[in-house]
Write a protein that binds this ligand. Structure first.
Ligand SMILES: *Cc1c(COP(=O)(O)O)cnc(C)c1O
Length: 351
């Protein structure tokens, strides 16, 4: 820390991203990227923008908002786009939590980081023992609610009925549903945004669209909430989405067939991996995401994590209360997951 840093940031604990190793090549199952390339049409659309990089991107993001809105069955005025959904979430903590925020003890790590960064008072609501969210614990307060659905890193999803109940019974407070993983097997709350003015759905192209490197996220909500986000964006960085990313995003939405093919593959591979790991003595949550969350009944998670790393396979282990004995393993290709299962067999045999 330099002597120039404002004291209020002294105690910030920045988010710890999963490792992005630059030297040695690993089978990378630690940051929930897709193992498949982005849509070829998206790649081409991005490449076509390279000559135009001398120009700023369209701050209104018209060519991206239109197809995104259409795909959701809403109007462009109901859609906001940003530099990853992390930026959307940052704006929400910055501007839409005047009375504080409520979120789970075990959830996406950025919620607590943003709360600290923007001085938002956070109410932490523990998950149940089985890691499910009991929405009755979120009733009747004034703080903005943040729920990842499916949750990370547990993968457990809430049904649409439960989300609607939460939104309907908390009309005085804003509910933000982070749907980073929804495409892999949960129900989206986007249709409810037409009925409830206290609901915002946040999503990303990083996971199901295989575009983590492009940095593209979005929000869907009623027009007033979207106008609030635009007000923050135009006070912060009007050019938050680059030209190649905007073009690639629009093209990715149009390539429905490829999107569905990727999802189907991930879901099938997740099922296979689940069965294999169960037969090796793991207990798994009912993950609806592109990762699994697993604990071995006899072997310590940190040990497995370290031994997998030695064997060239990176998974995610969180040194955090309640989940220290779990591993979060992203779903790779079938070949990646066969390698994982083989490595785990070896590790268990060595023991
Ligand atoms: C990956 C992830 C995000 C962030 O996604 P970006 O769009 O890449 O910023 C947000 N929320 C959850 C729960 C995630 O897992």
């Amino acid at each position: 820390m330099s002597r120039f840093l404002d004291n209020k940031y002294n105690s910030l604990k920045p988010y710890t991203p999963g490792e992005q190793p630059q030297g040695k090549s690993y089978i990378k199952l630690n940051t929930n990227e897709l193992p498949y390339a982005p849509s070829v049409q998206a790649q081409r659309a991005a490449a076509e923008q390279l000559e135009s990089l001398r120009l700023y991107p369209d701050p209104a993001a018209t060519c991206l908002k239109a197809p995104l809105a259409e795909s959701f069955g809403v109007l462009p005025e109901n859609v906001f786009v940003a530099n990853g959904s992390d930026e959307v979430l940052a704006f929400c903590f910055m501007a839409l939590c005047p009375k504080g925020a409520s979120f789970a003890d075990i959830t996406y790590g950025f919620y607590s980081v943003y709360a600290a960064l923007y001085g938002v008072d956070a109410e932490i609501i523990p998950l149940s023992d089985d890691f499910s969210i009991d929405v009755s614990e979120y009733m009747g307060e004034e703080r903005t609610i943040f729920i990842a659905n499916p949750n990370a890193p547990t993968g457990i999803a809430l049904s649409l009925e439960v989300v609607e109940k939460l939104v309907a019974q908390n009309s005085q407070r804003l509910v933000i549903i982070d749907e980073a993983y929804v495409d892999f097997g949960a129900q989206s709350a986007v249709p409810l945004t037409k009925k409830y003015d206290n609901l915002m759905v946040v999503g990303t192209f990083s996971k199901s669209r295989a575009m983590a490197g492009a940095r593209l996220g979005y929000a869907v909500a009623n027009r007033e909430l979207i106008a609030d986000l635009e007000r923050i964006k135009f006070s912060f960085n009007p050019y938050n989405v680059s030209r190649p990313t905007m073009a690639a995003g629009a093209a990715a939405i149009a390539d429905v067939a490829y999107f569905e093919q990727c999802i189907d593959k991930v879901v099938a591979t997740r099922q296979w991996t689940n069965e294999q790991l169960k037969s090796l003595g793991f207990e798994l949550t009912d993950s609806r995401a592109n990762f699994i969350f697993a604990r071995h009944t006899r072997m310590n998670a940190q040990d497995i994590y370290e031994k997998l790393k030695q064997k060239g396979i990176l998974v995610r282990w969180f040194d955090a209360p309640r989940i220290r004995n779990f591993l979060r393993i992203s779903i790779g290709t079938d070949e990646n997951m066969r390698a994982l299962v083989d490595a785990v067999k070896h590790i268990l045999a060595e023991k």
